[in-house]
Design a binder for this molecule. Structure first.
Ligand SMILES: Cc1cc2nc3c(=O)[nH]c(=O)nc-3n(C[C@H](O)[C@H](O)[C@H](O)COP(=O)(O)OP(=O)(O)OC[C@H]3O[C@@H](n4cnc5c(N)ncnc54)[C@H](O)[C@@H]3O)c2cc1C
Length: 300
């Protein structure tokens, strides 16, 4: 199949992108195109249409990436592979998650912000953004605004963006002392979208975990964030210094969490019951990994 006919514009300033989106909205609907890794297949298979494509790859203002005020700020023109190669370790959870996205060729074209805007329930980056409490910067017809990632994803392929809104950048907080992270997913083959996955952040004060956030993905219409600090604290107390026993002590808590977060109806690749088992197992494993890392990131 081929995409339905569309007009194509390539503005060079953010305000012109927003103006083009507003003009397109009045004349049948427009879409931002960034890396095209999700949008082009959607158009080619006629799962969606756009009267106008607004290409943002010539907007210099969107090509900024770097650490500002304790956050890694990634402009909407920045490809996933660039963050993976040039900003490795700036945000450990992001570095852990990026290699799981498709294949290197996909990441060489796909943008970080494009993945957030696309909001696939099985995508890695929305889960990382939700787990870390990232902030999404948006430009629209009424000016600029910031949306917390925890409020950005509103359903499957649905976000808080309006039809004329552009994500300009996303800001991920840099790790603090005493924080550790874990990321894991199960897919049928490497590069496939996840059947189930978790992004985990733990913060420890002394040996005590004071924060334990688990964000599950691939099992619901959007990333599901849950806080388990008391459960982790109890498991650490029960397991003592034996890290290998910790996952066993966590299993009941992660099974309860999995029963709560898995709402998918299932598909030929996995029933809801199977996905609950995956989430419970992954969450216990990655909580242990994140807790151990949080201990080694303490300076006193
Ligand atoms: C074979 C294959 C395997 C893949 N595997 C995975 C995977 O395992 N995990 C995963 O997460 N993804 C996967 N992807 C998707 C890939 O990560 C895409 O790059 C990503 O989802 C979208 O980024 P993009 O820059 O290509 O966006 P585009 O395809 O250009 O756009 C996607 C959507 O986001 C909107 N959009 C893009 N940028 C903005 C912006 N700045 N502001 C507002 N709206 C915007 C577009 O209008 C469109 O609706 C895969 C893709 C392919 C082709």
């Amino acid at each position: 199949m081929k995409a339905a006919p569309f007009a194509y514009v390539r503005p060079t300033r953010i305000r012109d992108v927003v103006a083009e989106l507003a003009a397109a909205d009045a004349a049948g609907g427009g879409k931002v195109i960034a890396g095209g890794q999700s949008l082009v297949p959607v158009l080619a298979m006629r799962l969606g249409r756009a009267a106008t494509l607004v290409d943002i790859t010539s907007v210099d203002e969107l090509r900024q990436v770097g650490v500002v005020d304790g956050e890694l700020r990634i402009g909407a023109g920045i490809r996933q592979r660039r963050v993976e190669r040039e900003h490795r370790g700036a945000v450990p959870l992001l570095s852990q998650a990026l290699p799981w996205i498709g294949h290197r060729e996909i990441r060489s074209r796909g943008t970080v912000c494009g993945s957030l805007a696309h909001a696939d329930p099985s995508a890695e980056l929305p889960a990382v953004a939700t787990c870390l409490g990232a902030t999404i910067d948006v430009a629209g017809p009424d000016g600029r605004r910031q949306i917390p990632a925890t409020e950005f994803f509103t359903g499957a392929m649905a976000t808080a963006l309006g039809p004329c809104d552009l994500i300009t950048s996303v800001r991920f907080p840099r790790p603090q002392e005493g924080e550790g992270f874990g990321f894991g997913e199960i897919a049928r083959r490497h590069g496939d979208f996840a059947l189930a996955g978790v992004a985990v952040a733990v913060r420890s004060d002394g040996t005590e975990p004071v924060r334990a956030t688990v964000t599950s993905f691939g099992v619901s219409d959007r990333p599901q964030r849950r806080e388990l600090p008391e459960k982790l604290k109890a498991a650490v107390a029960a397991a003592g210094p034996d890290a290998s026993a910790l996952a066993t002590h966590l299993r009941e808590a992660t099974e309860d969490m999995a029963a709560d977060v898995v709402t998918t109806e299932g598909d030929p690749s996995g029933s809801p019951a199977y996905r609950r088992r995956l989430i419970a197992t992954l969450a216990a494993r990655e909580l242990v990994r994140a807790y151990v890392a949080s201990q080694s990131r303490r300076t006193s």
